[in-house]
Design a protein around this ligand. Structure first.
Ligand code: NAD
Length: 331
């Protein structure tokens, strides 16, 4: 639930307080998980660990090149499925392209036909096509948007429908520090990755009454996407297995939060959020605001002290309207 006063999320722990959270194992028995781009890197680590903890896993991977080029190959997904089965787990491979609506529908259908349901979806498939902005041709822009943002839409839409019908769901989006904070040469990727945060923000609201929780991870991990962009010492410390625990927790029935963003990498975890400052009303007795008034008040309107994290649009608009009832000091 959301505290309307503070905009803070109020976590309902059920019968226990944070102090005495049971230390029992987090399991996924009887749950079906889809992991896109699970033939390598982070997705592979999520798929292996979910299966080890009892989940039925759809291992989706197109098997293309790092920039998304090439016809693709079944082998990465097949290899992960073989690893899961050798360890005694349940998994099925799927080679569909998340960039197409048919691909997304077929990934979800694979889960339903093989295991009977979809409880968990990790939108993880990704490619990179880095270029400084003027050199960012439309095809490099579009290819990255298509896999990350449209890809998540294509798979999440049918999965969300199934979860709604079941009254249970866990969805994890994959953003990036490049999107949250910016990174030179990644305009396409940063835009797509922040698009996923916007998608989460709406789905957390639309899913709330159906038991669907939607959260986002910004991982840091050694993979083929980062082998040449990460300093070698950082690369060595960044196992995908150090990101997986957070993502598995967000996928579990123990997860009480929805709409949160977490950084995870190297065993370090923290939460990132959009914070909005208290602001100031700058209309004085019939006098319209002007650019000069903004200039004069830039410090006050930029101040984040006493800022809030809003959980939906209405809460923010409500505070903006309330600001007229109680003009800020000095206004
Ligand atoms: P990776 O290249 O090892 O794995 C990505 C997988 O996605 C590949 O196996 C690839 O074949 C698959 N894939 C690509 N396009 C696909 C498509 N259209 N349909 C289906 N599968 C497709 O990379 P990774 O580092 O494990 O990245 C996983 C996710 O994490 C990506 O979304 C990436 O942007 C994100 N991410 C990674 C890091 C990091 O430090 N590694 C940082 C921030 C975000």
């Amino acid at each position: 639930t959301v505290n309307a006063e503070s905009g803070e999320i109020v976590i309902d722990n059920g019968e226990f307080e944070y102090g005495d959270i049971p230390k029992d194992e987090i399991r996924f028995d009887g749950r079906t998980a889809i992991v896109t781009g699970a033939g390598a890197g982070l997705g592979r680590a999520y798929a292996l660990e979910l299966a080890r903890r009892g989940a039925n896993v759809v291992v989706n991977d197109l098997g293309g090149a790092r920039d998304g080029a090439g016809a693709g190959s079944a082998s990465p997904a097949d290899q992960v499925v073989a690893e899961i089965r050798e360890a005694g787990g349940q998994a099925v491979a799927n080679y569909d392209n998340v960039s197409t609506a048919e691909g997304g529908a077929n990934i979800v259908k694979t889960a339903q036909d093989t295991f009977g349901s979809v409880d968990i979806l990790i939108n993880n498939a990704g490619i990179l096509r880095d270029k400084s902005f003027v050199k960012m041709e439309p095809d490099n822009w579009q290819a990255v948007l298509d896999v990350h943002l449209k890809g998540a839409y294509n798979v999440t839409r049918p999965a969300f429908a199934a979860m709604k019908a079941n009254g249970y769901g866990r969805i994890v989006m994959t953003t990036s520090a490049a999107g949250l904070y910016g990174n030179f040469g990644q305009s396409n990727y940063a835009a797509a990755k922040m698009g996923l945060v916007g998608l989460m923000n709406t789905l957390k609201l639309e899913g709330a009454k159906y038991g669907i929780k939607v959260n986002t991870v910004a991982p840091i991990a050694a993979s083929r996407l980062t082998e040449d962009v990460m300093p070698p010492d950082l690369f060595a410390r960044s196992k995908p297995e150090y990101v997986a625990p957070l993502v598995l927790y967000l996928c579990s029935d123990r997860c009480p939060v929805s709409g949160n963003i977490y950084n995870a990498g190297m065993g370090f975890f923290n939460r990132a959020a959009v914070v909005t400052g208290p602001g100031r009303v700058l209309v004085k007795d019939g006098e319209d605001p002007s650019p000069e008034i903004i200039l004069e008040n830039l410090k006050a309107i930029s101040d984040l002290a006493g800022g809030k994290e809003y959980r939906d649009l209405n809460a923010q608009v409500g505070d903006a309207l309330a600001a007229f009832q109680a003009p800020a000091a000095g206004a």
